[in-house]
Design a protein around this ligand. Structure first.
Ligand code: SF4
Ligand code: SF4
Ligand code: FES
Length: 491
């Protein structure tokens, strides 16, 4: 037996003005689940506690709650000392019970047609990754798009794609899914992360439905315009100033002994809109002994096309980009755009390793910069945190270079998935939610490692938004001006 203490969310909208928390200390067998804890509280401490469960074995989806802010199935997650148990981010009926019914009712049902045929083996295989949903609604409760639009949500999109793949239902699902908000998804991948059945809704349902919409000519006009620029120029944004690739030689040698070498995939935003940030990255690499090779023929990675379902000329882009690095014998390609990095890692089959700039710096270690006298907060780019699993590296360097680092809740900024270009009102609304959290931190500066996030958040906040490499350059300049000795040691 073990004794543990838990804070539990309480709220009865019929009688309480505000939610509050009760703290319970209970004895449980080791290995007990959160559901055991709730049973124990209910049976021995407070029979009025409201919560849901049915199967007790991860099959029915009725017991989902949040533990320390993360959605889990109460019957599967281990009860741990000091945890906080809260309802999903949905309308609370009482305590931990939320109103699931309206969200389950809106999901499409298959309708078998007279000409129906049974799914082939291939069709069954295609449906498989989508059919394990237990309707726990964890994905819906965490979806940022739902907070600011009428989007029906990831679970409904999964169901639409599952039906669209089934030959027994021959209706065209696309007009309906567009009505339901198909283009409001920001590709943040939060739904995939929290799904207890590991259903990859963004990649396996939403992007596929968008591809089907594209084949029917139903892509948003603003997304079509982006694809037209990529097709015409190889880049997803118009050229408005001297690009990064026009400013740099193909090989940038370090200022000191060579400790490593990477190829650099610049991406459209750093190349065309924020070249100074990419130049800051080169300063950091030069200072830390890393040679950077920059093939000039590289093009857009194709992310804006994949996320919006416009994959027609993706194969040519992939071929050009892979060849650019392969023919130079480069074995590690570095990205500093979270979207490009996630695309190269997850949507390409590359003969080289792909690493985010923060992973490269972590691998080689950096000369410590001077500390800047600022309080900084960090915005996790969705495509870095969930697309690449990178979260600790940027924080590590940030702690090195600022006086004070303060966390804020992880939240999509609203720029991804074609939302910034296609549905700017939604992007703005999500940017405002991001800014609300920024303001709560009292930070002097917001730091991130993605040009889309940086660009978008800067439009939503009065705080300066900077890339981590820019802060490192500022730290080095401060160190140099303070007369610090150039340290040969690397952390
Ligand atoms: S990827 Fe993000 S925005 Fe899209 S459905 Fe999932 S949680 Fe919602
Ligand atoms: S897709 Fe996953 S997270 Fe969403 S309702 Fe189904 S099982 Fe739950
Ligand atoms: S009680 Fe059925 S999934 Fe947890």
């Amino acid at each position: 037996m073990k004794e543990l203490t838990a804070r539990v969310f309480r709220y009865d909208p019929q009688v309480d003005d505000e939610p509050y928390y009760d703290t319970f200390t209970v004895s449980l067998n080791s290995g007990a689940r959160v559901l055991d804890l709730l049973h124990e509280i209910h049976d021995r401490h407070d029979p009025t506690l409201s919560y849901r469960y049915c199967c007790g074995s991860g099959q029915c989806g009725s017991c989902s709650v949040r533990v320390n802010g993360e959605p889990v199935l109460a019957c599967m997650a281990e009860a741990v000392d000091g945890m906080t148990v809260e309802p999903l981010n949905l309308v609370v009926v009482k305590d931990l019970s939320v109103d699931m019914e309206p969200l389950l009712e809106i999901m499409a049902s298959p309708v078998t047609s007279e000409e129906a045929t049974l799914p082939t083996k291939e069709e069954t295989e295609a449906i498989k990754p989508l059919r394990d949903c237990i309707e726990c609604l964890a994905c819906v409760s965490e979806c940022p798009a739902i907070r600011v639009t009428d989007f029906l949500g990831p679970a409904a999109m999964r169901q639409e794609m599952r039906i669209a793949l089934d030959p027994r239902d021959q209706r065209n699902r696309i007009p309906e899914t567009i009505e339901e908000g198909l283009f409001t998804c920001t590709s943040c991948q939060r739904c995939r992360d929290v799904c207890p059945k590991n259903i990859e809704i963004p990649g396996k349902a939403i992007e596929k439905l968008r591809e089907m919409a594209n084949r029917q000519g139903l892509t948003l006009d603003r997304h079509k315009a982006v694809a037209a620029i990529v097709e015409a120029t190889g880049r997803s944004i118009d050229k408005i100033k001297t690009t990064f690739l026009e400013q740099v030689p193909e090989v940038v040698e370090p200022d000191c002994e060579v400790r490593g070498e990477v190829g650099f995939f610049v991406g459209c935003m750093y190349n065309g809109r924020l070249p100074d940030t990419a130049l800051d990255m080169l300063e950091v690499m030069k200072r830390n002994g890393i040679r950077v090779i920059i093939p000039k023929e590289q093009e857009c990675c194709g992310s804006p096309l994949i996320r919006t379902g416009q994959t027609q000329f993706l194969p040519e882009l992939k071929k050009t980009n892979i060849e650019a690095f392969k023919k130079r014998g480069i074995d590690t390609v570095m990205t500093m755009c979270a979207g490009c990095g996630s695309t190269l890692k997850n949507d390409y089959d590359t003969p080289f390793k792909v690493m985010d700039v923060t992973e490269v710096l972590d691998q080689f270690g950096i000369e410590p910069p001077a500390k800047l006298d600022v309080r900084a907060t960090y915005h996790d780019p969705c495509h870095l945190l969930r697309g690449q699993g990178v979260s600790e590296e940027p924080r590590k360097f940030l702690r090195q270079v600022v006086r004070e680092f303060v966390e804020m809740p992880n939240l999509c900024c609203g720029a991804g998935g074609g939302v910034r270009s296609g549905l700017p009102d939604e992007a703005r609304a999500l940017g405002e939610l991001r800014n609300d959290e920024i303001q709560k931190t009292g930070a002097d500066v917001v730091v991130s490692v993605c040009p889309f996030c940086e660009f978008h958040i800067q439009e939503s906040t009065d705080k300066p938004v900077k890339n981590l490499v820019t802060l490192l350059v500022e730290g080095y300049r401060k160190k140099d001006s303070g007369g610090d000795i150039h340290s040969p040691s690397y952390d």
